[in-house]
Ligand binder design. Structure first.
Ligand SMILES: [Zn+2]
Length: 131
């Protein structure tokens, strides 16, 4: 059991593949970047894809989508990455209609059914809990 605990103590979280990985999976700078060696070899586009999706999902889980977030989303909407652009457009719309998280889903479900349906399709309802 001791070995397992030790192993856990030296493991690091990779923010790209979302895995807890052993210390030796990270190289010098990878430690501070929280990116494992494997993910470091990914093309920049692939890394940016994950980082931008995470960033957008982060806005959704905040208690408030700020004006600064909205400006950032406006840039992401124009991304050539379709998944990033479409997620950004949904979150941008939410940010304009209902920047505060409180009762957000109830309001969207009642007054903005189209948007609510898109959230359902993107499987975002779970991310946005509790509502
Ligand atoms: Zn990784």
């Amino acid at each position: 059991m001791q070995a397992a605990i030790d192993n856990f103590a030296v493991s690091h979280y990779c923010r790209i593949c979302h895995r807890e990985r052993a210390n030796e999976r990270f190289s010098g700078k990878g430690h501070t970047d929280h990116v494992c060696k494997e993910c470091k070899t990914l093309p920049n586009d692939a890394r940016r894809h994950v980082e931008e999706l995470d960033e957008i999902l982060g806005f959704l889980t905040q208690s408030h989508i700020s004006g600064k977030n909205i400006e950032r989303l406006k840039i992401l909407v124009t991304s050539s990455d379709q998944e990033v652009a479409s997620l950004a457009s949904v979150v941008l719309e939410i940010g304009k209609i209902r920047p505060y998280k409180k009762r957000r889903l109830q309001v969207l479900a009642k007054e903005h059914k189209d948007l609510f349906t898109r959230l359902e399709e993107l499987e975002l309802l779970e991310v946005m809990q509790p509502y």
